[in-house]
Design a protein around this ligand. Structure first.
Ligand code: PLP
Length: 401
């Protein structure tokens, strides 16, 4: 007899296609194939030594037990200090919860505020997990077209037009994955005015905060005024800034009510994050880290320049200037419906398949980011690989007719 059906909720949930592609790259590499991978969503640096040492010390000290669900007080104090000094955000340690990566912080935020059929506005393109998380919570993603000329940033007008009586929240991601766009303070002020006017929550995903190559300081929308402070859930993580993706340290800062709700959810789901990672996080947040971050940002800025220089050699593509994160978002529309080796290229996924098979270059097709003709390149790879990889993409495009 067949077993009973799985839960209906699981039917429409996609697995993360970026993680699937990265697994495919690892598999091909294991088989001995040489692959240049522009797919990585993480710094290619090791976690700094002082942070690793703090984790070793935590082990030696026997800090191996359950902690408070929201994280040890010393860590939440360090985060409170960081938010004040770096983001001009005033949150007490009691208004902060540490979770398993920015991902769990986002999921907690969504569970805390989204009921069945509540709508969440998401500017397109978007990080692919938002829509799936909202589905899990029973909500509805309302995907809003944005314009390349605005670097795919949603305008206040586009935001306002998308609002219905069911709208509960908007997700703003700056610096942005996949576009690299960074919202200016003025842009955030205008979006904030709409959120206030229609009484909406804002989920502000700031996990790429440090990877900002503009002259303007990163702006946290919750720092703009008191009203935005109370209606914004600020999400951040140590993953990207401290080369700590595997440690799973994310956090949320929000008003009392949301923090209580999110703590309830996390207490029943995972409890605290790994105790050892929490001690490592305190070290990461100390002043001793600033030179590591500065160095990493300089290296990424240099790679971005190299990539922008090389990419100019490829005809018939367009891209928006990436002000942050470590991604370049490229429009391949001019190659869609064209022919390569007698097969028609229907979308960016077709392009990605040929690139990896025939040229050993892995890229992320952005279908699951809401844009089926675009490709995302990550420049969290060596300068040599950037140069070689772009050369191969160029060769490929020249064989398309
Ligand atoms: N938000 C965005 C925009 C991301 O790109 C990612 C990871 O790639 C996350 C959140 C999740 O980060 P973490 O690895 O800390 O869960």
């Amino acid at each position: 007899m067949p077993l009973p059906n799985l839960a209906k909720r699981i039917k429409n949930i996609k697995t993360s296609s970026t993680l699937a592609i990265q697994e495919e790259v690892l598999k091909l590499k294991k088989e001995g194939k040489e692959i240049i991978s522009f797919t990585v969503g993480q710094p290619d640096f090791d976690t700094p030594i002082n942070i690793k040492d703090a984790a070793k010390l935590a082990l030696d000290n026997g800090y191996t037990k359950y902690t408070a669900v929201a994280g040890i007080i010393e860590l939440r104090e360090a985060l409170s200090k960081k938010l004040k000094n770096k983001n001009n955000l005033h949150y007490s340690p009691n208004n902060i919860i540490v979770s398993n990566g920015g991902k769990q912080s986002l999921m907690n935020a969504i569970y805390a505020i989204i009921d069945n059929n509540d709508e969440v506005i998401i500017p397109k393109p978007y990080w692919l997990s938002y829509t799936e998380m909202i589905k899990i919570a029973g909500g509805i993603s309302v995907l809003i077209e944005t314009k390349a000329i605005n670097s795919y940033k949603i305008t206040a007008d586009e935001f306002e037009k998308a609002i219905t009586p069911n709208t509960k929240a908007i997700i703003i991601n700056s610096p942005n994955n996949p576009t690299g766009a960074v919202y200016t303070r003025d842009e955030l002020i205008k979006l904030g005015e709409i959120a206030t006017k229609y009484n909406l929550y804002i989920i502000s995903d700031e996990v790429y905060e440090y990877l900002n190559y503009t002259n303007e300081k990163h702006c946290s929308i919750a720092s703009i005024n008191e009203d935005l402070h109370r209606r914004t859930i600020t999400i951040n993580a140590l993953s990207k800034a401290y080369a700590m993706t595997g440690w799973r340290i994310g956090y949320m800062a929000a008003n009392d009510e949301i923090i209580k709700a999110a703590t309830k959810i996390q207490s029943q789901q995972t409890s605290n994050i790994c105790s050892i990672a929490q001690y490592a996080a305190i070290e990461a947040l100390s002043d001793r880290s600033s030179s590591n971050i500065d160095n990493m940002v300089k290296i990424f800025a240099n790679r971005r320049n190299i990539l922008l220089n090389e990419i100019k050699k490829i005809n018939n593509i367009s891209y928006t200037f990436p002000d942050g994160a470590f991604y370049l978002f490229i429009d391949f529309s001019k190659f869609i419906n064209k022919s390569y080796k007698n097969t028609i290229l229907n979308n960016a996924s077709d392009i990605a398949i040929h690139l990896i098979k025939d040229f050993g270059v892995a890229v992320i097709p952005c279908t699951d980011f809401g844009m089926k003709n675009h490709i995302r390149l990550s420049y969290a790879i060596s300068e040599n690989d950037i140069i070689k990889g772009i050369e191969k993409i160029n060769e490929f495009t020249q064989e398309i007719n």
